[in-house]
Design a protein around this ligand. Structure first.
Ligand SMILES: NC(=O)c1ccc[n+]([C@@H]2O[C@H](COP(=O)([O-])OP(=O)(O)OC[C@H]3O[C@@H](n4cnc5c(N)ncnc54)[C@H](O)[C@@H]3O)[C@@H](O)[C@H]2O)c1
Length: 437
């Protein structure tokens, strides 16, 4: 099938390469010419495990190419997949202007009966707006479908090639048949729904997962008051089949390119329909404030941040990605600097992204090795559980000059507290009462 994927970011490139690997003729289309040039050379402009190999393989097979020209790409397309960004607008709603622009620009060149599948996460109700905009430009017949994407950065290739399900949100049989055919090689359950259900299903999945993180954080905060250990609590509830032992991540809250903006959109939508006091607004508020409040708590345990030498380990929003969108580091580092700390920051993959997007700041050193970050650190903050960081032998670090005790703040509860029970260490974590405090 002739497929055009519009927007070659995290979702678009993986989708384009995966569809090419199943024998389709795929064009990736992006308005960023530098990105297009780099992808055409087989270079992925961000870090995603396994993607470069898949991309190079499909470029070599001649099934995949990239362009920034709608005029060149769109006329032959049988299916157009829109995977442009939908960031939060200032009022919390999803900004759909990129999706609208992609549809309008495509409309100038579409062939009759093309299927336009929206993979971007968009609010229910957008199809009436998109339909009007496309019809104002073309007389050609077209079908709109919602194809929400559920991949996770860090495992995006695996998630795309072997999805838990494929959702086709569409009311028209002809378009459903074509999209079913396109997705058959994925060998996943296909859920056919109306477009609004498909879109609401995507928001529901992200809001539910975000809620799980917020929920266990609330439990963790109570554990800190009463001697319970949140990791033991998770084991106890995990045996309950209704609950499960997966996806419990006490810490500084959720970040990333999706959960924060999708919960915000649901919260904004709730307000717009007079349900503003519901769960989604509260989740959003709790998550926004959490890194700030937890840093304040830890400051009390260590006598404040002023003049402390602090190593911050893990700048991306989660392991195995260099994506900084809504990463906890973006709140933690500025707050530490504001409170007078001297910060050394390290990430196995996101240093270049940090230098590009945030840059240098007074009293902040961006270092190239983990050892360099921690050697003279009085406080080490394990912020993101990259394997390299979790596997580092912190307990063997030499004592600081003058026999001063080091503090290790294990934000993701990854390390064994018993290893830090010596006088040389103060070990602090989440959801456990620390007797040393
Ligand atoms: N990143 C994820 O893990 C993930 C997972 C599931 C769903 N989603 C959703 O998928 C969508 C895309 O997310 P992403 O993270 O891949 O975004 P991204 O920001 O990485 O990439 C978007 C791309 O679209 C391009 N673009 C913008 N306007 C364009 C236009 N008019 N024509 C052509 N290209 C255009 C940009 O240049 C950019 O390369 C969002 O709605 C997001 O919520 C993302």
């Amino acid at each position: 099938m002739q497929v055009v994927v519009i927007g070659t970011g995290f979702v678009g490139v993986v989708t384009a390469a995966a569809l090419a690997s199943f024998g389709n003729q795929v064009t990736g289309l992006d308005i960023d010419p530098a990105k297009v040039a780099s992808l055409q050379e087989g270079e992925v402009p961000f870090f995603e495990p396994g993607l470069t190999d898949l991309l190079k393989q499909e470029l070599k097979n001649g099934r995949l190419r990239f362009t920034s020209s709608y005029q060149e790409a769109i006329p032959d397309a049988q299916v157009i997949l829109v995977a442009v960004g939908t960031p939060s607008a200032p009022d919390g709603t999803a900004d759909t202007t990129y999706v609208e622009a992609a549809c309008q620009e495509s409309a100038k060149y579409i062939a009759d009966d093309v299927v336009i599948g929206i993979k971007s996460t968009v609010p229910p109700g957008i199809f009436s707006i998109l339909t009007k905009k496309i019809k104002s430009i073309t007389d050609k017949n077209f079908y709109l479908a919602s194809l929400p994407e559920f991949l996770r950065e860090g495992t995006a290739v695996e998630d795309t090639l072997h999805p838990d399900r494929v959702v086709i949100g569409c009311r028209e049989a002809a378009a459903i048949e074509r999209l079913k055919h396109l997705h058959e090689p994925f060998q996943a359950p296909i859920v056919i729904a109306n477009p609004e259900s498909a879109q609401m299903g995507k928001y529901t999945a992200n809001a539910y997962l975000a809620q799980r993180i917020t929920f266990i954080n609330q439990i963790a905060d109570l554990c800190e008051e009463n001697g319970a250990d949140v990791q033991e609590v998770i084991k106890i509830i995990g045996h309950d089949k209704r609950i499960g032992d997966h996806y419990w991540y006490p810490g500084f809250g959720y970040g990333g390119s999706c959960f924060p903006k999708d919960v915000r959109e649901l919260a904004a939508y709730s307000r717009s329909v007079g349900q503003g006091d519901n769960l989604f607004n509260k989740i959003n508020e709790l998550n926004e404030n959490r890194p700030h409040l937890k840093l304040q708590d830890f400051a009390e345990s260590i006598g404040g941040w002023q003049d402390k030498k602090v190593a911050v380990l893990g700048l991306s929003f989660k392991p195995n990605t260099d994506d900084l969108r809504e990463a906890p580091s973006l709140k933690v580092v500025p707050q530490l600097l504001h409170k007078g700390a001297q910060v050394k920051a390290y990430d196995p993959m996101a240093m270049a992204a940090w230098r590009r997007q945030v840059g240098a700041k007074p009293h902040l050193s961006l270092v190239d090795t983990l050892a360099e970050a921690v050697t003279d650190a009085e406080v080490i903050i394990l912020l993101i559980e990259w394997p390299e960081i979790v596997g580092f032998d912190f307990a063997s670090l030499p004592a600081l000059a003058g026999g001063q005790r080091r503090t290790l703040i294990d934000v993701r509860n990854q390390l064994d507290p018993a290893k830090f029970s010596t006088d040389q260490w103060l070990y602090l974590s989440i959801g456990r009462k620390n007797d040393q405090r």
